[in-house]
Design a protein around this ligand. Structure first.
Ligand SMILES: [Zn+2]
Ligand SMILES: [Zn+2]
Ligand SMILES: [Zn+2]
Ligand SMILES: [Zn+2]
Ligand SMILES: [Zn+2]
Ligand SMILES: [Zn+2]
Ligand SMILES: [Zn+2]
Length: 1787
């Protein structure tokens, strides 16, 4: 490291140089010289290595400062020709800010696109622009940026309307196209030009420099040192862990350092990992290379000379500087553009911009980012240069893409990602570019002329632009070139694809993205050239599709199952990626008739070409049925090759529909090659594909494995079907429309391999002939079903414009209707079920409201769309996009609906729209002989119930087809004009008997026959519907014959009236039924009431039993309402003695709760809590040394105990817990899986409700009050207790080992104990051994969890923790009741009541399990906080004590003192005195912290209030005399009294809860409701005067000295003067942080959040703590910290400080709430943000605007306030095992 040592001196040497350096002189010198280039380079050569890269650790601040002073400042001076501070300001004055916003997006920043106005979805706005735009009122989409793009505000071509936000609105007056350079002097322009070309050249030289030890000429440093860097580069091959591991080995660093290196390499693309002499660095390099070369190619490492690295650092800085300087002036920006695009000495494509672009793939990430940003702020911000740059870009396109394929970085940081910015601008289309360019002549005067001259003088450029502008051809060619694997026929072959190829294949797909950008805006006008180039592109595209036609063919596997699943995904990926391109090509064609005709011809030629290779060797055969015959070929799908990929046929199908739609076919038939069409050829391949699907359904292809099943799935899937299944169907329709229907059906029969069944003369007797093989019969049945379905689809699918006479939105409406016929659906479900176009739009919003009504969600669930009832009649059971599962669900739902409406359950086909003329002949399929033959056959088979030669669904389909035919006839009759030209006559055909020779029954006859067949009950309604329709058609026909005019409407209306009558009748019946039901109900409830009244006693009794068995809840209901209830003190009400009997949930045995009985326990969960904390800044306590005796009023850390309320025997629970433990041990050994609970930590799930628990609380009987005891006054008691304490002090001292200083005190006083108080008396423990054991169990658990320490039942803090937990739990429940606006009593669930009672009683008993003197010592210290005790040291001042905690602890610890007193002193009296004392102390506390008076209106107060006000003023003034000036003067007693009353209320309510549960006193009914007058009732219940001041004034002499003691405690002064945390009362309930209404505000906030540890870096997973509002850098190496010896992520670490182990976070990028508990537990929870459709968007995938749902947020807040987060996690993990496996620790 010698080199490093010597280098340290350099900065000081530089300092002297720096002092002598004059910016002005340097600039002046430059202004004189002739070769500025050389001069500047010399300057850089001299200074750059002295500023940058002087040691192993870079110091960016001082480097940048020096660079600014020594390098940039002279450049700026030269540029301006004067002091830059004035020069740049002048430039800025004339600056015309770009109309474009151009804001470059940071990673994760929100972007907005208007779904109504954006030209395409890549047009986005930044948040600022969006908020100032018209689009915020439109339907918009919000996404988060991946980084790199920029805001399109101001780009008129990006927006159909509202292109400007308020800020970027151009000023009309000066919008005239002035040349920005006009404001600049010629000198200035020249200087600018010089500086920019030198600096840009320098930057390009250095960034593209690839020598490690040399510098470009002119930059060689004057003196060279032996200092090198070992530079590590990133790739996408090695993982983080590999890199970290290797670095630790290679450069001998700690893991932390290695993590930091790896993070930087990942972010910037490179990082120096070692600095030193050459050998030193070379050694590290070889270790890294050796360690990473085993599995793959090694990590890239270079040993670079420090001066090279230094110049590269400054080169980046220089690019930043350029970006900064051009920000001052649009003129400068334009000059920089000129400089950048100026052609270099090497000729074409040698400008600096070209050089950068072409070296793109060789640069490291950091460098690319910097120069891309410069491009964006310069070239792309200048509308003129954007075009020129685009040309350059297009020229380099092929090479860039090729480099990109070879490169191993992500596209985001590649220059090719800029294509989205360029190709989506419509002007990039050639001729507009060209014409703009020719017309653009307004700045000839300067060097741009050179540029244009250069462009015009390259003859190839013009031609290139024409071909390249089209770009289609280039892109498609590049694309095809990269897919080299072909089979013999030249089709793509993706078999044996390696991982590397797959990686490249993904890259290639980005080309399709570029093609999409080119096609995304459709032309409105076509020039001849555009037509030519588009068709040329289409030709290339057809070449591509030809390579796909017939790819991945499959052959049916017979005998053995296939051995290896063939590759199929690559082909489908390609198909999916191309789907939108194919659709867009068709849309382009649709905009121009000539293009459409040409495209149709080309496509047909391509298809013919494809077919020529297919048909050889296929034998011609002749088929004939019913006297019709047709010639075709012999081909069996089940025996020969068949492929799902037919893109050429499908494109032709699409174009055919367009011909029909825009009626070209009728207007220019002569231009179309219709005569060349061979319909059988057209349908052949699509039909094979459809037959393949049918055969797969029929189970014939089982041995071909899952790959085929998957292909069939995707073929029908919404992502692919538009350009696969749908188009195949269309092709069949197109072909069939041009054929004789009988011929068509025969070919279909033949391809389905069913021809033999229907062709034989006695086909109606199938059951006689073919009963050999049951499987085969079954198979054929399925095939027949599928074929009938296909026929329905060919005739019935008319909802695409061009096939049927429909509007554009009819198709989507129908899709939605059929989805909603299955069930009501959420918006996102519907979106998923509908095909999206290239803009990710489904078109649903336009139509949804006409077909569905929206139902809002509640607090859970989501909003749903329900079908409007009137739309149900459009339901088609055989809708072509239904899967079989959908179909049966829809059928069930629709039948149910019909039953509910009291209708028959027939589901006849819906009325269909008429066909377009080109497809009109399709209807004839319905009445052709072959079809009727088939229908008859199936009906005939159905006569035989059990033969198995037909199926229900086969018959159902036949009936449906008949229905379709009848409706067709009916429609035609209704729509026909007078001259009855309806030649469609199905009714006639169906009444004719079958063909000779068998002369069988007609279809109609068969139906009439089947109508009453008992085995066809299900179909009865449908058959009846058919017969009815036949009848009505017959009437119509008859009427047409007699009276031509009113036929249709007449019969219709008649039918309607019949129908109406029916309906009315049904309605009347339904109404009567309802009335009858109601009457019965009323009778029943009357009877019930009567019964209860009769048997009142009986009911009472059983209710009581019920109560007793679960809890002591009867205590709540006041038993004696006449006497006022009091819960504390000598006057307290005595509840009747009652046995408490409970049932064990494990053994179901009953058990009475008794002190000497078997212990019964409640499952409980103890947790640390900060929910009520008023001071989240307080650091967690040191668990070993913390003294928890006094709780600070900031309640920063508490211990909460909750319970599910389930009761067990202690021994039953122990057995259960041991079993769980044993099971867990076995499970962990075997599977190493985690569970939702940690047995090692004492956790288990409640055996009944599976609620997470970690201990049990023993149930104890109520303590018996001592009724006939001595009731001393306060004064007496103070004396007695003083004596008692003294006695205890001396007794305790005797126990302690004698030391020097204690001896002294012992001598001092030796006091006698008061009468009846025996300090050495050891009371008998009243509890049975099992109860004692459970007392220890719960005490230890509370201690362990509350303090986070190892269990130690001997620790003196055990009882303190238990009292604390009791107090804290009471406080949290009291707050919860206030927050939920519930009354104090009677609204808690049983389990909480049980839990509180057990806690209070446990608290009063826990001293029995601890060491006596310890507990007594606690009591003495607690009391000393109120009554000064000279022997107790370090008592906190009253401002630092939470009074409820004090009350609970002191009352509960008193038991240990009282048991030694046999004088008959009443516990009740002591409790009351303690309570009163603490209440007074609390009043003092409140008054001391009350704060200045608010300005309020003078209140009129009554007599009683005036008394209170005077009293309180008096008290306050007493306090002021003690405390002095730190207490402000307060004039109004009213204010003070109000402060005290509101401040003390939570304490009083807490005390009431405490004493109620401790003493078991029933509660007054007034406190069971939220009625006025609560204060008085509460005070009465607590045995307090309602004027609390009386407490003080009645005992003034006794209390004055105490008061003085409290106030003069030094801590009071200190705290009041701001020396501590001052808590004011009442403490407000804590809430989760406020969230903004609009979710994007959060995204924006998160996007500007940087990782606190890695110096201004963007955080990948910014996560918001909902408790305190901190933003954290989650799930990232950079922010991991060590917690208790383990690495944890930022969230977990934060949880420990902020939430005592429990955390609630919002993962902003994911829109997901995260619950964490402990280090290893967590779950995700639905966020409180909903879109307009009432749905959350976890993962932010849909991009609908999200708004805060306050109800849901309140629900989360409630979970938190109830301490239920951990429980929620437990339930979530039990329900979803995958949550257990997530690495929560590193979040
Ligand atoms: Zn913007
Ligand atoms: Zn804007
Ligand atoms: Zn808009
Ligand atoms: Zn039991
Ligand atoms: Zn339970
Ligand atoms: Zn927090
Ligand atoms: Zn971080």
């Amino acid at each position: 490291m010698a080199a490093a040592e010597s280098d340290r001196e350099v900065p000081s040497a530089l300092c002297t140089e720096f002092l002598n350096f004059s910016v002005k002189d340097t600039a002046s010198k430059w202004l004189q010289v002739t070769d500025l280039y050389k001069e500047v380079y010399q300057h850089l050569a001299r200074y750059v290595p002295k500023i940058y890269c002087l040691g192993p650790n870079l110091n960016p601040q001082s480097e940048d400062l020096l660079a600014q002073m020594l390098l940039q400042a002279p450049l700026e001076w030269y540029l301006c020709g004067e002091d830059p501070s004035t020069g740049l300001a002048k430039l800025e004055q004339n600056n015309q800010p770009s109309q474009l916003c151009g804001h470059v997006f940071k990673v994760g920043e929100p972007t907005y696109s208007c779904r109504e106005c954006a030209a395409d979805p890549t047009c986005v706005l930044c948040m600022q622009c969006f908020l100032g735009s018209v689009h915020k009122e439109h339907r918009y989409r919000m996404t988060t940026s991946g980084g790199g793009g920029f805001c399109d505000c101001g780009d008129t071509e990006a927006w159909k309307k509202g292109p400007y936000c308020q800020k970027h609105e151009p000023n009309i007056s000066d919008s005239c196209q002035e040349d920005p350079l006009a404001y600049l002097s010629t000198d200035m322009i020249a200087r600018c030009y010089n500086v920019f070309s030198i600096v840009l050249k320098y930057a390009v030289d250095m960034l593209t420099w690839d020598k490690e030890d040399e510098l470009p000429p002119g930059l060689e440093p004057p003196d060279r040192s032996d200092t090198y860097y070992c530079m590590l580069f990133n790739d996408e091959v090695h993982t983080y862990e590999q890199v970290i591991y290797t670095l630790q080995k290679a450069v001998n660093c700690t893991q932390k350092e290695a993590v930091s290196f790896a993070t930087t390499v990942d972010r910037d693309g490179r990082k120096s990992v070692r600095f030193g002499d050459f050998a030193f660095c070379e050694q590290a390099k070889s270790v890294i290379v050796r360690n990473t070369s085993r599995q793959s190619k090694p990590l890239r490492v270079q040993v670079m000379h420090s001066s090279v690295v230094a110049h590269q650092c400054f080169a980046l800085k220089a690019l930043h500087w350029l970006g900064h300087v051009i920000g001052y002036s649009d003129a400068l920006r334009r000059i920089l553009c000129q400089v950048g695009l100026e052609r270099g000495p090497e000729g074409e494509n040698s400008s600096l911009v070209d050089t950068l672009m072409l070296c793109d793939s060789k640069m490291w990430k950091g460098a690319r980012n910097v120069y891309h940003q410069l491009f964006m702020s310069s070239l792309l911000m200048d509308l003129k240069y954007k075009k020129l740059f685009a040309i350059q870009f297009a020229k380099n396109y092929r090479r860039l893409q090729t480099d990109f394929m070879e490169d191993d970085h992500e596209r985001v940081v590649s220059v090719t990602s800029l294509s989205v910015q360029l190709f989506t601008v419509p002007t990039m289309n050639y001729e507009r570019l060209q014409s703009d360019y020719v017309k653009d002549d307004h700045d000839r005067e300067f060097s741009v002329t050179d540029l244009s001259v250069q462009m015009f003088t390259v003859p190839s450029l013009a031609r290139m632009l024409i071909t390249e502008e089209n770009l289609m051809t280039t892109i498609i060619r590049t694309f095809v070139d990269h897919l080299r694997h072909r089979d013999l026929q030249g089709r793509f072959q993706f078999e044996r694809y390696t991982a590397q190829q797959a990686f490249k294949f993904r890259r290639v797909q980005s080309l399709i993205g570029d093609l999409k950008y080119v096609l995304i805006s459709r032309p409105t006008e076509w020039s001849d050239q555009l037509r030519e180039k588009f068709l040329e592109g289409l030709d290339t595209f057809l070449e591509l599709l030809k390579c796909m036609q017939g790819m991945d063919p499959v052959v049916r596997q017979v005998g053995q199952h296939i051995e290896m699943e063939p590759e199929w995904e690559a082909a489908f990926t390609l198909q999916m990626k191309l789907t939108h391109i194919i659709s867009m090509m068709q849309e382009w064609c649709a905009t121009d008739e000539r293009v459409l005709i040409e495209a149709y011809k080309k496509c047909l030629t391509a298809l013919t070409h494809c077919h020529s290779g297919f048909t050889d060797g296929e034998q011609p055969i002749t088929l004939s049925i019913c006297g019709h015959s047709v010639d075709t070929i012999r081909y069996c799908v089940s025996q020969e090759k068949v492929s799902i990929h037919l893109p050429v046929s499908r494109l032709l199908a699409g174009l055919h529909v367009l011909l029909s739609k825009i009626e070209v076919a009728y207007r220019f038939p002569e231009q179309l090659p219709l005569s060349e069409l061979s319909p059988p050829m057209l349908i052949e391949h699509p039909l094979r594909c459809l037959v393949l699907c049918a055969q797969v359904h029929a189970g014939m292809w089982r041995r071909n494995g899952f790959s085929l099943v998957n292909q069939i799935y995707y073929y029908h899937n919404v992502k692919c079907r538009v350009e696969m299944f749908d188009k195949d169907l269309i092709m069949l329709q197109a072909g069939a429309s041009m054929m004789d229907p009988n011929h068509f059906l025969m070919i279909v029969l033949s391809r389905f391999e069913l021809y033999h069944i229907f062709s034989s003369a006695d086909c109606r007797k199938r059951y006689n002939r073919e009963n050999t093989n049951k499987d085969l019969v079954q198979q054929n049945n399925t095939l027949i079903e599928e074929m009938l379905h296909l026929i329905m689809m060919v005739v019935g699918e008319r909802f695409e414009a061009g096939i049927g006479q429909v509007e554009g939105c009819d198709e989507i409406k129908r899709e939605i209707i059929h989805q909603l016929c299955i069930r009501p659906m959420a918006h996102s479900e519907l979106v998923k079920a509908l095909p999206e176009n290239e803009n990710k739009e489904t078109g649903m919003e336009r139509v949804i409201d006409c077909v569905a009504s929206f139902k809002k969600p509640g607090v859970t669930g989501r909003g749903l769309y329900e079908l409007r009832p009137e739309c149900a009649k459009q339901f088609n059971l055989y809708f072509h996009h239904y899967s079989r599962a959908d179909q049966s669900k829809a059928e069930e739902a629709q039948r149910k609906l019909k039953r509910q409406n009291g209708e028959d359950t027939a589901l006849p086909p819906p009325v269909l729209p008429p066909f377009c003329p080109l497809f009109a002949s399709l209807v004839n399929i319905l009445q052709c002989d072959v079809l009727l033959g088939m229908l008859g056959a199936v009906l005939q088979w159905a006569v035989e119930p059990s033969a198995g030669h037909w199926s229900e669904s086969m018959l159902q389909r036949v009936l449906h087809l008949i229905g379709m035919a009848l409706l067709e006839e009916q429609q035609q009759l209704e729509n026909s004009s007078e001259d009855s030209d309806v030649c469609f006559n199905f009714t006639l055909k169906m009444s004719c008997p079958g063909e000779a020779p068998s002369n069988t029954a007609s279809v109609l006859a068969l139906l009439e026959n089947l109508q009453n067949a008992p085995h066809l009950e299900v179909h009865k309604d449908m058959i009846r519907w058919i017969l009815k329709t036949v009848a009505s058609i017959k009437t119509m026909r008859e009427r047409t014959v007699s009276t031509c005019t009113v036929t249709a409407s007449g019969s219709h209306s008649q039918e309607e009236t019949v129908c109406d009558k029916d309906k009315a009748e049904r309605k009347r019946k339904a109404e009567m039924a309802r009335l009858r039901r109601e009457k019965i109900m009323a009778q029943m409830s009357e009877m019930q009431r009567h019964f209860i009244n009769e048997n009142k006693e009986l009911f009472q009794q059983s209710l009581e039993e019920l109560d007793a068995s679960t809890s002591s809840s009867l205590e709540h209901s006041p038993t004696s309402s006449d006497a006022a209830l009091v819960c504390v003190g000598p006057r307290r009400s005595r509840p009747g003695e009652k046995r408490q009997v409970v049932t064990c949930i494990l053994c179901q045995e009953e058990q009475e709760i008794r002190a000497d009985g078997k212990a019964m326990v409640l499952a409980a969960f103890v947790q640390r809590s900060t929910v009520m904390s008023k001071n989240r800044k307080r650091p967690p306590h040191d668990p070993e040394r913390y003294d928890p005796l006094f709780m600070h009023p900031d309640l920063s850390f508490g211990t909460h105990t909750g319970s599910c309320g389930h009761i067990m025997h202690s021994h039953c629970w122990q057995r259960y817990f041991e079993a769980v433990q044993a099971k867990e041990q076995r499970r962990q050994q075997r599977l190493r899986v985690h569970t939702s609970y940690d047995v090692g930590n004492g956790e288990f799930l409640c055996p009944l409700c599976e609620c997470l628990s970690n201990t049990v609380i023993p149930l104890l009987p109520r303590t018996k009050g001592s009724s006939s005891c001595e009731q001393p006054s306060l004064g007496q008691w103070l004396i007695t207790s003083g004596q008692q304490i003294k006695a205890m002090h001396s007794a305790h001292r005797k126990l302690q080992p004698i030391s020097a200083d204690t001896v002294e005190e012992t001598v001092e006083e030796e006091c006698p104990a008061p009468e009846g108080f025996r300090v050495d008396y050891i009371p008998m423990n009243p509890y049975s051994s099992t109860i004692k054991e459970m007392l220890t169990t719960f005490g230890t658990a509370t201690y362990k969890v509350g303090l986070k320490v190892h269990p130690n039942e001997q620790d003196p803090r055990v009882p303190i923790m238990c009292w604390g937990s009791c107090a804290y739990t009471i406080q949290s429940i009291e707050r919860l009741l206030v927050d939920e606006k519930k009354p104090l009593f009677g609204s808690l669930p049983c389990r909480q009541d049980d839990c509180l009672s057990s806690l209070a009683r446990f608290g009063s008993a826990c001293w029995t399990a601890a060491c006596q003197p310890t507990v007594q010592g606690h009591f003495i210290r607690l009391l000393a906080a109120l009554i000064p005790d000279p022997q107790v040291k370090a008592t906190p001042c009253i401002l630092d004590i939470d009074m409820l905690h004090l009350l609970v602890s002191v009352v509960l610890s008193y038991g240990s003192v009282h048991y030694q007193d046999s004088s008959g002193l009443s516990v009740d009296a002591v409790q009351l005195h303690l309570f009163h004392l603490i209440t007074v102390a609390h009043m003092v506390q409140i008054l001391l912290t009350s704060g200045p008076e608010e300005v309020t209106m003078e209140q009129e107060s009554g007599e009683a209030e005036r008394e209170e006000e005077e009293a309180i003023c008096c008290l306050y003034n007493t306090l002021r005399t003690h405390v002095g000036s730190s207490l402000p003067e307060v004039g109004s007693g009213w204010h003070l009294w109000r402060c005290v009353k509101t401040g003390i209320l939570p304490y009083l309510r807490g005390a009431a809860l405490f004493f109620h549960h401790l003493n078991g006193v029933p509660t007054p009914p007034e406190l069971h409701a939220l009625c006025p007058g609560q204060w008085e009732v509460l005070c009465g219940y607590l045995s307090l005067p309602s004027n609390l001041l009386q407490l003080f004034h009645s005992q003034r002499e006794l209390l004055e000295p105490l008061l003085q003691g409290w106030c003069t405690h030094p801590g009071v002064q200190q705290t009041l003067q701001g020396g501590g945390v001052l808590v004011s009362y009442p403490r407000e309930s804590n809430s989760l942080i406020d969230l903004p209404d609009d979710y994007s505000a959060l995204i924006n906030q998160a996007s500007s959040f940087t990782c606190p540890k890695s110096g201004g870096d963007k955080s990948r997973a910014p996560t918001l703590c909902l408790v305190c509002g901190s933003m954290l850098c989650s799930q990232s190496y950079c922010c991991q910290t060590e917690l208790e010896g383990e690495d944890v992520g930022a969230c977990i670490a934060h949880t420990f400080a902020c939430g005592a182990g429990v955390g609630i976070f919002l993962r902003v990028r994911e829109s997901q709430v995260l619950f964490l508990a402990g280090k290893t537990k967590g779950c995700f929870y639905a966020p409180p943000y909903l879109d307009d459709y009432g749905e959350t968007d976890q993962g932010l995938r849909r991009g609908n605007p999200l708004h805060l749902c306050r109800e849901r947020y309140r629900k989360i807040q409630k979970l938190w306030r109830q301490h239920s987060i951990t429980e929620e996690i437990g339930h979530a993990q039990e329900a979803n095992q995958t949550l257990v496996g997530i690495d929560w620790q590193h979040l």
